[in-house]
Each structure stands twice: as C-alpha cells, then as structure tokens.
Design a protein around this ligand. Sequence first.
Ligand code: NCD
Length: 307
Amino acid sequence: MRSVIDVPDLSLEELDQLMDTAEDIISHPDSYQDACRRKKLATLFFEPSTRTRLSFEAAMYELGGNVLSVTGANTSSAAKGESVADTAKTVSCYADIIAMRHPKEGAALVAANNATVPVINAGDGGHCHPTQTLADLLTIRREKGHFSGLTVGLCGDLKFGRTVHSLIHALCRYDNMHFVLISPEELKVPSYVKNDALKNKGIPYEQTTSLEEAIGSLDILYMTRVQRERFFNEEDYLRLRDSYILTPEKLRLARPDLCVMHPLPRVNEISVAVDKDPRACYFKQVLNGKYMRMALILMLLREAGTL
Ligand code: NCD
C-alpha cells in the first residue's frame, strides 16, 4: 500500500503531475466534485493544527468525499495508551485514507506500516511535512513559472522546522538550485538533512546568521516560526524567538520579484505590515495547499484501487 511519509516517496515526475492536477482542479473544480463520492478520509491529529487539518478536510469535501476526524491526543484512545500501530489498524477499518499528525518523529511511518489504507504524513515531530512542501512547490511554480536556477533563502528555526526539511528535499532535485540557510547557530539545519540533500549531491549552499546580508540575493525567502513546542527549555526559546523579523524596511533590500513565503502560523517573524506587499505569498500558499492535497488524495486512492 502506497503511503507518503516524506517528499522522497514521490518522484520528480509525480510532483509535476500533482501540480498539473492541482492546476486542473483550479481551472475545472466542477469536474472533481464527485471524484471521491462515498470515500472517507480520516484526519488523526495528535498535535495542534489549523491549516493542515482543515485543508485536508476541505480537500476531501471538495472531492465529494466525507471526513472522520480525531483532534487532540486527549480525546482518542491514544490517551488510554493505544499504540500508533493499533490506531492505524483500527482506523483502516473505517476510512479509505488517513492523514496523520503526531508529535513523535517516525509516527507516520509506523502508521503506514500497519494501516491497510494509504497514510499521508501531516507532520511528524520535528522531522518532515511533505504536504506543506506540495503547497510550497505549487506556490513557487505559480509565482516563478519554473524551478531551475533559483536562489532560495530559508530563515528561522531550520533545526526543528519540519517544513524546511521537506522543502529542501524537494527543491534539491531541480537544476541549479542554490540555498542560503539563515539561522541562529543553535537552530541550523540538522546534518542528516544537509548531508542527504545538499552535501552528497554537491548542491551549493551557504550558512549565515544575517537576514539583511542575504536578502538581496534571493528569489525566494521562506520564513519560519521558532518551534517553541520542540524546545527543552523556555529560556532558550525566549532568547531565540525574535531572531528574525521581516519588516517593510528589510524588504527594501530585496529584489522586486522576491517571493516571500511562510508555512504559517506566523508569530512575530513577519510583521503584519508586510502582508500588503505584493511579494507576500504566504496566504496564497494556504490555498495552494488545499488543491495539492486534493491532487494527492486522488493519486493515492487511484493507486490503491479505491477509485
Ligand atoms: C507548520 C508545521 O506544522 O510544521 N505549519 C503548517 O502545517 N502549515 C509550521 C509551523 O507550525 O511552524
């Protein structure tokens, strides 16, 4: 049974196909309104979420399907001590496809190994978040028209920010990419991501602590929140949380065609005054995420023989 736990589970061709399907859904939504009739998506969210869970659910409704939902570890049998494996086996009896978010790295893989329906990882701890990357890719393709030769700045909590890890894994597969990794010393991209995706493939990247110095060279600036819930102590979080704040003043140093992205939720990293700037693309990402999740649900249900 095909599941999607991280971006490398999808080939470059499949990423392109998913973007093409999403574009087709955007142009012809009516042709998809019954595509998943009588099919059920279970959203199992054991960590907070607004966008990811609601966009999965909106995606399934727009495909004519139905949704079963667990929100919060305290309201399901996880609170009684049920394992992820048993939960996955159980939910497979009710639903045709599962989207799961869990605070533990690897939880989605355990679910996929035990479920009898496709599992989509909607975020596992500080590890990865492939469907946010799908939203990010469609946004980049719509804004820039291509992926080759882009200089991409990733800024903020690159250590715990799972969206960053998945996005690097996706973008490193396109030609002539160049990464600028902007973070405090303590929040650098983990070496397992750097080695797998960048060093071993000889992809050029720089590491810096200065957003001001880097911003002028970027085609894409991907801001992220400092991931409070993954810190071991609050003092470190308080010290690091406002390391980078994108303001209209800093944007004056940027190219006129910069694309400013953020997976959201935003805390302080982008001042609200930036929202009016035509370079702000983060709310477009939200909408693109719904279309990409529709495309992914369709792909996996077709492959599973459910549709
Ligand atoms: C991200 C996540 O959950 O990792 N949010 C999202 O899904 N759009 C980013 C974050 O929480 O900072």
